[in-house]
Structure formats: C-alpha cells, structure tokens
Ligand binder design. Structure first.
Ligand code: SAM
Length: 211
C-alpha cells in the first residue's frame, strides 16, 4: 500500500469514537466493551476498511474489530464512518504481532486476512500474516471452532499459505484459485485491493482454514 504522510492522522485517530487507543486494557473484556455477547470477528491489515465496514453494516448481530498498522491508512476508514451510524465496529492501530496481548483465548470467532503484504523475500517469511508465527498467534485467540478466511491475488503468497497452514496444525477447509468464478463467490464482499486487482483481470484466490 502506498502511504502518504497525512499530517495529524495520529491525533485524528486518537480522537475518534471508533478508535480504541489502549486496546490491551480490553483483553478478555471485549464483550463488555461492546455491551453484548455477540461474536467478535476481526480483520487484520484492514487498509481503508471498505470490507469490514460493509460487513458491520450488513451484520448488526456480529461485532467487528479492524486492525491496521498505519495511521495514515486507518484515517481513511474513519472518514468512511462519518457516513455510517453503527455501533458494532471499532478500529485499533497496532502491529498485529501484538494481537495476543489484545485478545484472550477463545475471544475471537473469525479472522479475516485480505490482500496481506506478500513479503516476497524468504528471510521476511515470518512477517507474512499467514506465516506459522502469525498462525500461532491466531491460535491463541480464536475459538476452537473458529475460522480464518484469507483472500489474495498473489499466487506465490497463496501457495505459501496453502502449504504453511498444515505445517502449523491448521486444516484447509476450502480453497479456490478463482474466487469470482467459483461456488465460494456467494456473499463475497470486495475489498479495495480486490476491486483494483480483479478489474485488472487478476484471478482472486481464497482459502478458509480451521484447526
Ligand atoms: N485489506 C485491505 C484490502 O484488501 O484492500 C488492505 C490490503 S494492503 C495490501 C495490506 C494492509 O495490511 C496495509 O494497510 C498494511 O498497513 C496492513 N498491515 C500489514 N502488516 C500488518 C501488521 N503486521 N499489522 C497490522 N496491519 C498490517
């Protein structure tokens, strides 16, 4: 993602009612934060947030938490929130490496990873959001029957992820190399990157994994 240094984005984010500034304080208490027992779904690396804000609007019975590393990107998601009035979503600016400090065991029901950065060099493999290191972190917060859904147009990253999941103790429940022309397309919500890359003719790959 090309980043612009948006002046004052950190300040704007901290002031937003949709941002959780001290997320570690809510570890084990996210139900109290939302004020209900609804399941919690998170998107790691949400970018400008079209995907997760659409899901939150469409599914009021689910609580959504978007995680994004960069404030200049998260700011774009917050701008979208000005047009919506929903209470089942919040955002956290953080590196997903710290996810185990923010969520407790079994606190999350579903994790979405969309068009994650590929980190093509082998020596950076552990930074990929589908690496065994990250899968281990997700294992510590996801409910026993919880799933991870991953989409990308990057074939090497997808192939890596299909191989990495079983190595890390996960099962590939379903996958496709051409999401938009498969039986997995029903109900698909496009992300910003998905719109861009599929309009260029790139097939979109998707996998669903559980333990
Ligand atoms: N999911 C969006 C989409 O599909 O349009 C954005 C995709 S963009 C290529 C990847 C996003 O993940 C970027 O916004 C990046 O800042 C974020 N990201 C990458 N590594 C991250 C990490 N370790 N923790 C949190 N966010 C991360």
């Amino acid at each position: 993602m090309r980043l612009r240094n948006v002046k004052g984005s950190r300040e704007t984010i901290s002031a937003s009612e949709y941002t959780v500034n001290e997320p570690k304080e809510y570890k084990g208490k996210w139900k109290e934060f939302f004020g209900n027992d609804n399941p919690i779904h998170i998107e790691v690396g949400m970018g400008k947030g079209k995907f997760i804000t659409t899901l939150a609007s469409d599914n009021p019975g689910i609580n959504y938490i978007g995680i994004e590393k960069y404030s200049s990107v998260l700011l774009r998601a917050l701008e979208k929130m000005e047009e919506l009035e929903i209470s089942n979503i919040c955002f956290i600016r953080m590196d997903a490496e710290e996810i185990g400090e923010v969520f407790d065991k079994d606190e999350v029901s579903k994790i979405y990873l969309n068009f994650s950065d590929p980190w093509p060099k082998d020596r950076h493999a552990k930074r990929r959001l589908t690496s065994r290191q990250f899968l281990g972190r997700y294992d510590s917060i996801l409910k026993k029957d919880g799933v991870i859904e991953f989409k990308t147009d990057n074939r090497p990253l997808f192939d890596f992820s299909l191989e990495e999941a079983p190595e890390a103790g996960w099962k590939v429940v379903k996958h496709t190399f051409d999401l938009h022309n498969s039986d997995m397309a029903e109900g698909n919500v496009m992300t910003e990157y998905e719109e861009k890359f599929s309009s260029m003719g790139n097939p979109i790959h998707k996998m669903i994994i559980n333990r």
